[in-house]
Design a protein around this ligand. Structure first.
Ligand code: XMP
Ligand code: MG
Length: 189
């Protein structure tokens, strides 16, 4: 059994301090969030539009959407507020817009992590201005110690301390995105 585990789960590299949230715990929580979303949107008449914020949300979006029983459509948007490193800025730029017409639809923004809040604050206002029926947000992770602008979060996976995390879609300079767990990056990396 130990043998199977060590083959299936990639070990920590020298850049990583520890596993913060293991794969099983993530899957359980994603299923709970999906269940809540299924309840809350049970009565919608148009499909719910899930807008994944590229790139970090792609694995969370894939897992969450496959557990949804409410009719839904997948879309993506890309914004940039960070360079390649980990320094935050309030300067959000739209890199790629959605493909769907969002007018008269309920929109659920799917984001990997809420840090300062600049990204989601920008996106919520952007989607509300496009004639949507409603705009809600879900984040897999949030760092309460880092909030600068308040954002209304409808579905939160986990609250985490102020450390840089990677895995399950999240990266450091494009590394570690496909780890099945969330791990803490060494501060000096
Ligand atoms: P804001 O500050 O706008 O940031 O809420 C949201 C975006 O910042 C990125 N981010 C992280 N990415 N590990 C990552 O891989 C982290 O610990 C982390 N903290 C913030 C992320 O792209 C998110 O969309
Ligand atoms: Mg992101």
């Amino acid at each position: 059994m130990d043998n199977i585990r060590s083959i299936a789960i990639p070990p920590l590299t020298d850049d990583l301090v520890r596993v913060l949230i293991d794969a099983e715990t993530i899957q359980r929580r994603v299923a709970e969030l999906a269940q809540q979303i299924n309840k809350d949107y049970a009565d919608i008449t148009e499909p719910l539009i899930l807008v994944g914020v590229l790139k970090g949300s792609f694995i969370y979006l894939a897992d969450l959407s496959r557990k949804l029983t409410v009719p839904h459509v997948i879309d993506f948007i890309a914004v940039s507020s960070y360079g390649k490193g980990t320094v935050s800025s309030g300067n959000v730029r739209l890199l790629m817009d959605t493909r769907e017409n969002l007018e008269h639809h309920h929109v659920l923004i799917v984001e990997d992590i809420l840090d300062s809040g600049y990204t989601l604050d920008y996106l919520v206002r952007y989607f509300k201005a496009r004639g949507t029926k409603s705009v809600q947000t879900t984040v897999l992770l949030e760092k309460p110690d880092r909030h600068v602008v308040p954002v209304d979060l409808a579905y939160v996976g986990f609250t985490i301390p102020d450390v840089w995390v990677v895995g399950y879609g999240l990266d450091y300079a494009e590394k570690y995105r496909t780890l099945p767990y969330i791990a803490e990056l060494k501060p000096q990396v």
